[in-house]
Write a protein that binds this ligand. Structure first.
Ligand code: GAL
Length: 419
């Protein structure tokens, strides 16, 4: 009798465990732009964890690095009254969407999971609107990285450059031996990503912040900025002639195959090496972008949550938010994505040496002022000002007759017009 009772109790308990999934399963449509090999593996981790909870994942992937195309599609879907449950929206754009009334509060989940304790305030502030969480952060990407093919460097007899001057020297030697020194794709966001790293190297974190966060005209319209453009021009002269329109992961592939020696790109590039089964320190190297050692331009991916009406879909949406901050997800996803966890309490033992180096620099730079939000990935300024900077940078990169002084003036007026 007793054992029968135990049996029923066990059955009832397992029903309780099963019931919430089967009864309350919902659909979660997620907009993102993670379509490269490495990115897709990371996205799959999230999809899998949602499906394991009984929910249906509706993939809303819009290809295009940096997410410009995804944002355009999102706007038209939202305007027509049919937004997805979650969309990869970053930085100040989160507030822009919240102000328009599209987003829903995640306070219940956030309280329950104690988000304020898990996430650094610098990041949680960006996720909130009027004091309430409306987005959940996924990771921390470092933008100022250099990806290197060590075989090519060995063959040419050069070392990984640590300053821009060293970079120019090394690049000359690589070029003389018939290698493409810098793999790059000629797309505005990629031009801006390289410019971002050169600006950090030339300006240092304090002036970088003044220029791209505070929009201080004394820094934006200065000789220093002219020098940033001049150095950027020189860096870009080591890119091959076929770069126009090339995707960033194709450029990473060129480094992998030894056609090119280096790439300046955020650590989503590492995901491509990981997906190809390569090991850092052996098959490829990660180093700070020249001149930026110890500094860290951060880029935080996050999902903003839209207001929905279907109760089950709301439940799925909350489960999505909760899942993203679970330690298991943080490890699995970030190992595949190339980034580091956004939770501050994670054990980095299971991560590769590049991720460990990234975490170390993230922490040391947040103590010594070297941590800055990346303007090229939407963390430093409004989407409007970012767009203006992109235009100026990309026109300069594509100009037959680039003029740093004139372009500095253009940058100043472009930013001013958007403020
Ligand atoms: C960044 C994004 C990364 C990565 C990259 C290339 O803006 O934060 O997650 O996807 O674009 O697509």
């Amino acid at each position: 009798m007793k054992s029968l009772k135990r049996h029923f109790t066990a059955l009832a308990m397992s029903a309780c465990v099963l019931l919430p999934t089967s009864v309350q399963a919902g659909k979660v449509e997620v907009l993102h732009w993670w379509t490269s090999g490495g990115e897709a593996r990371a996205a799959k981790a999230l999809k899998q964890m949602m499906e394991d909870q009984g929910h249906t994942w509706k993939d809303f992937a819009v290809a295009g690095g940096g997410g410009e195309a995804a944002m355009t599609v999102l706007k038209s879907r939202a305007v027509s009254g049919n937004p997805p449950a979650a969309a990869q929206i970053k930085g100040l754009e989160i507030r822009e969407w919240a102000e328009l009334g599209f987003l829903t509060s995640l306070e219940g989940v956030a309280d329950n999971q104690n988000w304020d304790q898990l996430i650094p305030p610098m990041i949680s502030d960006v996720m909130k609107y009027e004091g309430q969480y409306v987005a959940v952060p996924v990771n921390v990407h470092r933008v100022n990285w250099l990806w290197v093919n060590p075989d090519v460097m060995d063959k040419v007899g050069v070392k990984v450059p640590t300053t821009l001057d060293e970079f120019f020297e090394v690049a000359d030697k690589l070029k003389a031996e018939g290698y493409i020194p810098l793999a790059h794709g000629g797309q505005p966001w990629q031009d801006a990503t390289v410019f971002d790293a050169v600006a950090l190297a030339e300006l240092g974190p304090e002036d970088y912040r003044k220029a791209f966060v505070e929009h201080d005209m004394d820094v934006i319209n200065s000789k220093k900025m002219e020098r940033v453009f001049a150095q950027f021009d020189k860096v870009m002269s080591y890119v091959d002639d076929n770069a126009a329109g090339r995707d960033w992961n194709t450029a990473t592939g060129m480094v992998m195959e030894g056609e090119a020696a280096m790439q300046i790109m955020g650590d989503w590039a590492k995901a491509e090496f990981t997906a190809a089964g390569q090991t850092p320190g052996e098959d490829y190297l990660c180093a700070p972008a020249p001149g930026t050692s110890g500094d860290f331009t951060f880029n935080v991916d996050s999902f903003a949550m839209f207001s929905l009406s279907d109760e089950e879909d709301v439940k799925a949406q909350k489960d999505l938010a909760r899942t993203i901050l679970k330690p298991e997800f943080q490890t699995l996803f970030n190992q595949n994505k190339g980034s580091i966890p956004v939770r501050t309490d994670m054990d980095m033992g299971d991560f590769d040496s590049c991720a460990q180096a990234s975490m170390d620099t993230f922490q040391s730079s947040s103590d010594d002022g070297g941590l800055v939000p990346s303007f090229s990935h939407g963390l430093a300024t409004t989407s409007h000002i970012q767009g203006q900077i992109f235009d100026v940078v990309t026109n300069f990169a594509n100009s037959d007759n680039p003029d740093p002084a004139k372009t500095t003036d253009q940058l100043a007026s472009a930013i001013q017009s958007a403020m």
